[in-house]
Design a protein around this ligand. Structure first.
Ligand SMILES: Cc1cc2nc3c(=O)[nH]c(=O)nc-3n(C[C@H](O)[C@H](O)[C@H](O)COP(=O)(O)OP(=O)(O)OC[C@H]3O[C@@H](n4cnc5c(N)ncnc54)[C@H](O)[C@@H]3O)c2cc1C
Length: 445
């Protein structure tokens, strides 16, 4: 076996989670290398320049909160944060084929009965069962109109998921904790408190973040190093990782910062029960369809705002559509408009496999009447996220506890990434940092 390198920690996966984890380890004096399968660091965070457009492959933006782990990394890496244009505050929800502006048109969305039913909620005292479904909780507390017309859209926007399957406490831990303490969903939403979070991107697009992390890590990031197998420590206390080129690498500790599925495949030969727990993680595949239009295609003016979401009962081809060039004007050439549709998700995974032409036509047809578009797009791009968004469905918290239990039998093995404790960019960064701090503590103790 060629002992090519012997980092103390091998981080598998060079997405945001792996990069942050390795950077935190190294900043704490622990030697760590990142093994990334592809030729680029950043995973789903990827900004593409094409035909004068700046197109995001994964996240369009993030929620920026002062004092968060992500905020600390932004300061450490001296990243230029880009706030959205003022016009982009407007958010819309589709109802009966029309876009309603929220919160202004909330009464129209819910109707008088829906509003009355929801407002009664603040009079009661909510008991929260974090293991119930998101839909069951909101339906019982705020009524069917809120559940079907508002919550469904909100869940689609974040999870591309099914509210009847997502687990309340795992999918929305902050909100669950706030409802637990204020005893009301409405008081939790409108009662103030909690840190202010603002939508933002970076000056050069979302990829500024992984690029800066990769630069900070330098040669510790090993691209095109797909880890194909892992051998747990024998008597010499060392893990052996074998990469696709047949090379073996040794490490004292391993962090798997890949999806749970990949982690499960690597671990199954040595711990089938752990492999099975990891493989059981459901995901929602998603296609993003980016359309470029000339401004003249919108006789009433290009859409302004963050975008719109479509609740399931609207039976729209798209889950929602972002308005990137309203949010961040430099994402489209002058005189052009960029729109970015989400298609598929947990409830319509088959749509992700449709051909490019069908996806583009389906999105354009869905948008035409809603946004008053009179001409076809002049350019488009289809991206398929087959691994998609991990879904924290009923039983997620129990499964995580079982995974943690099995990990106790593998000292020196850690898991991080969006499969476990949060899918958003800030949550992924926070979890990776937490895992690195704990591991550094155990290695240097
Ligand atoms: C379409 C889309 C839109 C999103 N929009 C937003 C948004 O607007 N705001 C927000 O906050 N979040 C958003 N998210 C979520 C967020 O971007 C992700 O949850 C987060 O970036 C995931 O980071 P990660 O490091 O956990 O995983 P990944 O980015 O998936 O990284 C995993 C890495 O592991 C590598 N890998 C896999 N197998 C191996 C192996 N065997 N050996 C070595 N390397 C391997 C992969 O190549 C990849 O680079 C979005 C996600 C998607 C998909």
């Amino acid at each position: 076996m060629s002992d090519v390198s012997a980092p103390r920690v091998a981080v598998v996966g060079g997405g945001l989670a792996g990069l942050v984890c390795a950077a935190e380890l190294r900043d704490r004096g622990v030697d760590a290398d990142v093994f990334e399968a592809t030729g680029r660091a950043g995973g789903v965070v990827h900004t593409i320049a094409e035909g004068g457009y700046q197109i995001e492959w994964g996240p369009q933006s993030f929620l920026w909160e002062a004092g968060s782990s992500l905020d600390r990394w932004i300061q450490r890496l001296r990243l230029g944060v880009l706030p959205p244009a003022d016009a982009a505050r407007a958010r819309y929800v589709l109802k009966d084929g029309r876009l309603l502006n929220l919160p202004r048109e909330l009464p129209k969305l819910l109707g008088p009965l829906g509003l009355l039913r929801a407002s009664r909620e603040a009079l009661g005292r909510a008991r929260v069962d974090p293991t119930q479904s998101v839909d069951a909780f909101f339906r019982a507390r705020l009524g069917p109109r809120v559940a079907d017309r508002l919550l469904d859209a909100f869940v689609t926007g974040i999870w591309a998921g099914d509210p009847a399957r997502l687990e309340l406490g795992s999918a929305f831990p902050r909100l669950t904790a706030k409802v637990e303490s204020s005893r009301s969903v409405l008081r939790a939403f409108f009662g103030g408190g909690g840190a202010r979070r603002r939508t933002a991107s970076f000056v050069g697009g979302m990829e500024d973040l992984p690029e800066a992390l990769a630069e900070h890590l330098g040669p510790a990031v090993k691209l095109e190093h797909r880890v194909q197998s892992l051998l747990p420590p024998g008597s010499d206390d060392r893990w052996v990782l074998r990469t696709a080129d047949g090379e073996a690498h040794v490490a004292r500790a391993v962090v798997l910062a890949t999806s749970a599925h990949v982690a499960g495949t690597l671990l199954a030969p040595h711990d089938p029960a752990l492999g099975e727990l990891l493989a059981a993680q459901p995901t929602a595949p998603l296609a993003t369809v980016t359309l470029g239009y000339r401004s003249g295609a919108f006789p009433e003016g290009p859409p302004e705002g963050f975008g719109f979401l479509a609740p399931e009962q609207e039976q729209s081809f798209v889950l929602g559509c972002l308005f990137p060039s309203s949010l961040f004007p430099l994402t489209a050439p002058s005189g052009c408009v960029q729109l970015r549709c989400m298609v598929g998700g947990r409830r319509h995974p088959e749509r992700v496999e449709k051909g490019d032409a069908e996806l583009v036509a389906g999105c354009h047809t869905a948008l035409e009447p809603l946004l008053g578009i009179t001409r076809a797009p002049v350019t488009w791009r289809v991206d398929r996220h087959r691994e998609g968004i991990p879904q924290y469905e009923l039983g997620h918290a129990t499964r995580l506890r079982a995974i943690d239990e099995r990990l106790r039998g593998h000292p020196g093995l850690r898991l991080t990434g969006n499969s476990y404790r949060g899918i958003s960019v800030p949550d992924v960064v926070a979890d990776a940092e937490r895992v690195a701090i704990a591991l550094a503590g155990s290695l240097t103790a």
